[in-house]
Design a protein. Structure first.
Length: 127
């Protein structure tokens, strides 16, 4: 079983093709709001890309490519992934992801450091 995981949203400063900008949409996201993860196998920049969308259907950015490979693999395998918005950061935002179909728990905030420099990496099981 994979524990709940915190993932960064990257690419928030790139424009969306239509609708509100990513950073604008990110700023109105609230902790606990549902987030949708959409694999983009035809993405010309990265065949493993997984896009991050707000509960309003607006793209916020992407999962970092190093994590997107595994997340995309789990989605293709039919693992029920549930994601929620966690918090805003200087660079963008963070989401929480659960891999068992349940809503992930929000971790306690870091009052002295809203964006810590170090996050423990999850240990991914081998397939």
């Amino acid at each position: 079983m994979i524990p709940d995981t915190t993932l960064a949203i990257v690419g928030v400063d790139f424009p969306n093709k239509r609708g509100p900008g990513r950073r604008f949409e990110l700023e109105i996201c609230q902790p606990g709001e549902p987030i949708e993860l959409r694999p983009e196998p035809n993405n010309p920049a990265d065949e493993h890309a997984v896009a991050v969308y707000s509960c309003r259907g607006i793209q916020l950015g992407y999962i970092a490519s190093i994590r997107a490979v595994r997340i995309g693999q789990l989605i293709r395998q039919g693992v029920e992934i549930v994601a929620i918005f966690h918090t805003h950061t200087q660079r963008g935002g963070l989401i929480r992801v659960a891999f068992d179909g349940t809503t992930p728990d929000l971790p306690p905030e870091f009052p002295d450091d809203p964006e810590p420099d170090w996050w423990p990496d999850e240990v991914w099981p081998e397939d």
